[in-house]
Write a protein that binds this ligand. Sequence first.
Ligand code: MN
Ligand code: MN
Length: 468
Amino acid sequence: MEQEKSEAQVLREQLLSQRKHAAQRMSAQEQQDCNAFCETYKAFMNTCKTEREAVRFFTEQLTAQGYVPFTPGMTLHAGDKVYLNNRGKSLILATIGTAPVTDGVRLCAAHIDSPRLDLKQHPLYEDNEIGFFKTHYYGGIKKYQWTAIPLSLHGVVIRKDGTSVEIRIGEEETDPVFCITDLLPHLAGDQMKRTLAQGIKGEELNIVIGSLPFPDEKGGNDLVKLRLMQLLNEKYGITEDDLLSAELEIVPAFRAKDVGIDRSMIGAYGHDDRVCAYPAFMATLGTAEPVHTSVVILTDKEETGSDGNTGLCSSYLKYFLCDLAECFGVSGRAVMRASKCLSADVNAAFDPTFPDVVERSNCAYLNHGVCVTKFTGARGKSGTSDASAEYVGEIRRLLDAENVIWQTGELGKVDMGGGGTVAAYIANLDIDTIDIGVPVLSMHAPYELVAKTDVYAAYRAFKVFLES
Ligand code: MN
Ligand code: MN
């Protein structure tokens, strides 16, 4: 017979917050669905390592699902699905709801760019018979983490005549890869005295790309460089000057894999923020006829501050919402004022090896669900949009009603540092906005870690929100 609960036990359950591991809250069926979802996520991560690759992948999928390109002034009905491809680097998808658009849209925003190394405009050089690419890092990285690991090259080159060619080297099993060298410990005495931030400097992030000279005794200097350019010309039809008009990105060549003896986690490059983008995309793909028009925006440039015409500081989202409103003969600002947004971006997961940077009552934990963050920012909440208590309450009720596993947490201790997301830019459009996302270990490292239950919780959260 079960022992009767003491008064304290009863009160504790009634009054105090309870924390429980996601696996202890999920049914066998949910755990199976979670694992199946994560298999498709890993495949996506191996296919798409850059914003351009993600947009191409999503566009192929949505075309197959009956989405059509959005054109201003088009006639739209409930259940119609439209999309806007912004320069091949960001994407907006919308499913028209049954409620009038003046009731607002349900907006879910995630970003598809990740920290990486971009090639400079004059990248190619030879030094002592080794060929290199010069890079300029993109986003916040710990530079020393990018040495001595296999790297791949992705991107596009616009030739002199205006034609373009895609490059992707280092992802197939038989492809060569690239790397950045580091000093052997035997000779690193001076380097070891540098601070960690200076351990590898920006101008030391040089990519090794070859070492064979062009076979010509009288060929002159830089025969390795010449041979490399000859190979690139044979394969891609480009010259050195064509690299001026290119966007070539160096990313880790790692594949997404299960991590742990229990396979409970996924290691991959660029979880931030494709671990929110993919679930948001899949959630909207499966939404047939929502009440409110649902909009998913998969944006670029978040890691460099959201400036530029494919980032969310530009007006492309605002213009889309205005154009959408005009299709129904109403004003854009009436739609925005009534709209609600989940700003879907990752958060830092508690790391027992580095416990001092977070405050344990207010941080995100692995396997405790998707993390809702009321405010971000640094120091005195600088740069945050800070969701209202009313909106937090609304999201809380929605997630609880649908049994979504979620937690709340902020990014580190007060005064420890901090970071921002696109939430403020969307909130500035007069839209109720709150941050939500998957907790990540080793965020911004070449290999980041997430828990599968949290990925699935994110998918469920976005789905119930977009269908509300
Ligand atoms: Mn992010
Ligand atoms: Mn980031």
